[in-house]
Each structure stands twice: as C-alpha cells, then as structure tokens.
Write a protein that binds this ligand. Structure first.
Ligand SMILES: [Zn+2]
Length: 454
C-alpha cells in the first residue's frame, strides 16, 4: 500500500514538471565537429541567442516555438570573415549597410573589421545587431587605423610622436575597440614598434601592416599579435632582410621594388626559424589570398558581368577605379612581377600552415578593393586556402575557430556546442567533401534567430 502511494505521488510529481519549450529546435541535422570533422546526427535546441541543448536523434524530442526540419543538412558554426572593411564615408553608407545583409545571406555571422572611417556608425550597428533590430553579423572592430601624417586611408589616427601615439591609444581604448590596427603608409618604424609595446602594456591586441624600415623579428619581439597579408612574412623569410631594411631606411628601395629581391633571397632556414617563433608567440597570419588573386589578374579577367555589381551604387563602384587603372597602366614587367609574387604567396601560405603557424581566413572585402565582394569573397578565400593545400576542415578552422581564438572570444564561438552563441550555418551539402559546398546554404541562424531560407 505504502509503495503504491509513493508510486502515485511520484507519477503525479513528474507529470507536474513542465516539459521545456525551447525558442528554436533544429531537428535531425548532421552536426560537424570543427576540431575533428566528426559528423553526428543530432537535434539542436536554442534559447535566446545560445545553444541550450544538443541530443542525438534517438533521444526524446522537445518542443520549440519554431522548428527547423534540417533532415539531410549539415550544421557548422556561422562563418567568420576575419578581414573586411566598412569604409568610404557617409556617401557609401547605404552600400555598407547592404553588406551587413549580404554577409548574413552568405552565412557569415561574424566579421573582423580591420579599420576604416565609419567607427561611430559601426558602434550603432553593433548594438542594433545584438538586439536583433538589424540583420547583420557580429562586428569586431579595430576602429580607425593608426598611421602617420597624411595617410592613405581616410579616418586614420595620424601619429608622429610618442605623445600622439598615447593619445591615439587612449581614444581607441575609449572606443572599446577589439584590437589595434597598425598601418604602414606613413607610420614611422620606431613609432610602429612603440605602438606594439604600448598596446601590449595596455592589454590591447595588435595586428597590421609593418613598415619596411623595421624587421619582422623586431615586430615579433615588440609583441605583434597578427600579421595582415604576406608581404611582411616574405620580408622576414629573406636571408637579406637586414640589408633590404637598410636600403628601405635610406630611401633607395621602394616597397614594390623590394618584392622580387625578397623572393630571390627567400631562405628556408631563415623562414623556418621565423615561423617557429611565430608559432611559439601565437602570432596569427591573415594571408588574404583571394584579393591577391583578384588584383593580380585584373588585366586578364573581365569582371564587368559579375552579378554582385548590380547591388553596388555607382559611387561605390568608382572606388574600384584606382586599382583597376593602376593594373591596366602597369608595364608588362610589373604585371609579371605581381603574378609571380601571387604564386609565391600561395606557396608561402602552405609553408606557414605546415610549420604550425595559425592562419585566419579573411577576404579584405570593402570599398576600394576592386571586385572583392563582402560575402562571396570569404567563400573564395576558403577555396583558395584549399587550393594551396589545406584540407577543407583546416580551411574552415581558419575562419570559425581561429577568428574567435585570436580575439579571445573562443568561449562563445568556434563550435556548435552547449552554451555557445547560436550562430549556425545549415548547408545542403557536406563542406568537408568539397569546400565549395559552403555556398550550398539552406539557412542561417544568427543570434538564435532564423534569418534566411534558401
Ligand atoms: Zn585590409
């Protein structure tokens, strides 16, 4: 009798516990483990902007306010474009706003903005996107670049003394930027090294271009955390780096003139020493291969029928002219050098990867960078990384794992796991079989919200 009573009480107790109802469930999806490539058939449950539960499909199914039947689809974390630019001033604002939607449409749920002149607007976007008042990726930004007087890029902080450098870093800290971007159009080499050291003291991470008046070793010793593009890696891999640096300091050698010399003096021993130091210091490299390919072949490849051009304003497209003209007006020798350099960079990327240096996939898309379109170009970057020798899984890691790792936000991102941000890309085809399948997008879930179908 007593046992029956306990039994009845137990049954009524459990029937009183309400079954949870999640905000979103994604049923019957092939989740890809981004570390191992292991694929498991699961149900994913989301509450607000986080993944709340993941269970295999044999487990009891829970209800949700919104159900996504994902049978046959593959789930990976939303992609990261780890080098883009929102820029071009107020007159290009509409184009830049359109990019936010295009990035999401292309499965890119986070971006690293590597410096521009729209910082205050980006700050507004960050808030609106986090509140789901605007469709767009999570934006991590450097704010304005640090450069010297009369720099190439509008909006840069012009630094010509230690005092100005301190002020610039103060203002970046006030803006709560995610990293400090250094640029080499006019920045003095000593101030560049000082900027690296001072940023480190302040707990800020740094990346950028490096003035050729310093050596890559000096930059690493000063604490540089990220190297954008491969010119600086090439410089550090030359057995003649010191001599070339001196010529640069004397003004007897220019940046582009130095490239063939650097290629000819590339040395495996020098490079290996450098790469193991970079690996040890956890310095990440952003190879930006797709823009390299695109700009190196502007003289041969006709982009006039690119569909994306229809989305861009005439004013935006006019920002492409500078690079197009310089490519078309260049001498046959310059064109050949450019292509040669591009080919060398592809080999260098594989060497870096094989040496254990961590890479980040970034497209460099934005105004002025001709035909490198925000959204599609990250997929092209992934394709390029596979073309040079990375596996599709390794290429994907450079986007979705290394991006958050470099910024120190890997707790929230980098996997489809419990507690992670619910930024998920559903693909119709397996991207580990063919990296081009990252474009077979079925749906994008951003901040736990289903934002795009087909
Ligand atoms: Zn850039």
């Amino acid at each position: 009798m007593k046992n029956i009573l306990i039994g009845l009480l137990t049954i009524s107790f459990f029937s009183c516990i309400k079954e949870p109802v999640y905000d979103v469930n994604i049923l019957d999806v092939n989740r890809i483990d981004m570390e191992t490539g292991y694929i498991e058939n699961v149900n994913i449950y989301i509450n607000q902007d986080r993944i709340a539960l993941i269970q295999n499909t044999h487990s009891k199914e829970f209800k949700a306010k919104e159900t996504i039947d994902a049978k046959g689809a593959f789930a990976i974390p939303g992609l990261w474009d780890n080098h883009i630019h929102f820029r071009g001033g107020a007159s290009l604002l509409k184009d830049n706003e359109m990019f936010l939607e295009q990035l999401i449409n292309n499965g890119i749920t986070s971006v690293r903005d590597a410096g521009g002149d729209l910082t205050s607007i980006i700050k507004d976007w960050q808030v609106e996107i986090s509140k789901n008042e605007r469709v767009g990726p999570t934006i991590f930004t450097s704010g304005p670049k640090i450069d010297g007087k009369n720099p190439t890029w509008q909006g840069s902080l012009e630094v010509e003394s230690e005092a100005e450098l301190d002020q610039a870093l103060d203002s970046l800290e006030k803006l709560k930027v995610n990293f400090v971007k250094l640029y080499d159009s006019k920045l003095n080499g000593n101030l560049f090294l000082s900027a690296l050291k001072k940023s480190k003291t302040r707990g800020l991470i740094t990346s950028g271009h490096m003035p050729f008046s310093v050596t890559l070793n000096q930059a690493l010793d000063a604490g540089m955390n990220g190297v954008e593009h491969l010119y600086y890696i090439l410089k550090g891999s030359s057995k003649d780096e010191l001599e070339i640096t001196k010529q640069f300091q004397r003004g007897t050698l220019g940046f582009w003139q130095a490239m063939p010399l650097l290629i000819n003096s590339y040395n495996d021993t020098t490079a290996n020493r450098l790469f193991s130091k970079m690996k040890k210091h956890e310095v990440f490299v952003i190879p930006t291969l797709h823009i390299g390919n695109t700009l190196s072949y502007l003289d041969e490849i006709d982009h006039s029928t690119d569909e994306y051009l229809n989305l861009l304003s005439a004013r935006f497209k006019s920002t492409y002219e500078r690079r197009i003209k310089s490519a078309l007006n260049s001498t046959p020798e310059t064109r050949a050098n450019r292509k040669n350099l591009n080919a060398f960079f592809r080999k260098l990327t594989l060497k870096l990867h094989e040496s254990g240096v961590q890479l980040m996939a970034g497209s460099d898309a934005g105004a002025y960078n001709a035909y490198v379109y925000p959204g599609p170009s990250l997929h092209k970057e992934l394709e390029s990384l596979v073309a040079v020798g990375l596996s599709p899984l390794e290429a994907l890691k450079t986007s979705v794992i290394n991006g958050p790792k470099w910024l120190g936000v890997e707790e929230d991102y980098g996997a489809i796991g419990i507690g992670k941000k619910a930024d998920i890309l559903l693909l119709k085809k397996n991207p580990l079989i063919n990296i081009k399948n990252t474009t077979s997008i079925q749906a994008v879930i951003k901040n736990g919200r289903y934002v795009k179908k087909n």
